[in-house]
Ligand binder design. Structure first.
Ligand SMILES: N[C@@H](CCC(=O)N[C@@H](CS)C(=O)NCC(=O)O)C(=O)O
Length: 239
């Protein structure tokens, strides 16, 4: 069975957390909206008249009969099926908890460029974006990175992975978070990274995994750009 991933074409966005899990697993999947006539199919996955369990927003994954929305929920489903999360309930919940915490900082990263409204242009909320980004880079980024560094250090597996002694989708997502923050806030990350050696080492190990490295080098990996969640606006770093 090939999975169908429904996500906006042309940007990594939250779809990327699902792509990374599918790529690491070597799973068969179609990125539906990137194929011909894919957009109507994507929109149909959100249309309450068409589907039993409509999603509010992409990403959405079709797995056979199931249509699953919410990034963390999709990963909760995929994880144990592809050896990317523990099977026992405590481990599954812990992995999900970490993913939800990553979702929290992802939402905050988004709000640095859209602090007032997701429906308004960045250009119309630049002043507020500057204030929000100052708080995000000065306080929130270090607070979240402190947390993930601590989780890695406290894992009896001694910093190799976030959960137990094996790679999980939470590790892939932390990799993507570091990638995104580096793209959006390169100066801040250059200053912060020396304080987070374990997070950075995990990022590097994920990047070197054969399936991930092949994916990153492929055309399937959409470059970061200013339509996604992680956007590089130099003025938001005080430049
Ligand atoms: N909590 C959801 C958020 C989904 C979400 O906000 N998707 C964005 C794209 S990354 C979107 O299309 N939002 C449209 C909207 O909020 O109106 C998740 O983690 O999947």
């Amino acid at each position: 069975m090939a999975y169908e991933l429904y996500y906006w074409p042309g940007l990594q966005g939250r779809g990327e957390f699902v792509r990374l899990a599918l790529e690491e697993a070597g799973a068969d999947y179609f990125d539906v909206a990137r194929q011909k006539k894919g957009m109507p199919a994507l929109l149909a996955s959100l249309d309450s008249d068409e589907v039993e369990h409509p999603s509010f927003a992409p990403p959405v994954l079709r797995a056979g009969e199931l249509l699953i929305g919410q990034t963390a929920n999709i990963l909760l489903y995929l994880g144990p099926r592809h050896g990317l999360a523990p099977r026992a309930v405590a481990g599954r919940l812990w992995t999900n908890q970490l993913q939800l915490t990553i979702a929290d900082i992802v939402a905050e990263a988004h709000d640095t460029h859209h602090p007032i409204s997701s429906d308004a242009y960045y250009e119309d909320q630049k002043k507020e974006a500057k204030l929000r980004a100052r708080d995000f880079t000065g306080k929130r980024m270090p607070k979240f990175l402190d947390y993930f560094e601590r989780v890695l250090e406290h894992n009896p597996g001694r910093g190799t992975y976030l959960v137990g002694s094996r790679l999980s989708y939470a590790d892939l997502s932390l990799f993507q978070l570091v990638e995104g923050l580096r793209y959006a806030f390169p100066n801040t990350m250059a200053k912060l990274e020396p304080s987070y050696p374990v997070v950075v080492a995990l990022h590097d190990r994920v990047a070197a995994r054969p399936n991930i490295a092949a994916y990153l080098a492929s055309k399937r990996r959409i470059p970061f750009n200013e339509t996604g969640i992680f956007r590089h606006y130099p003025e938001l770093e005080g430049a």
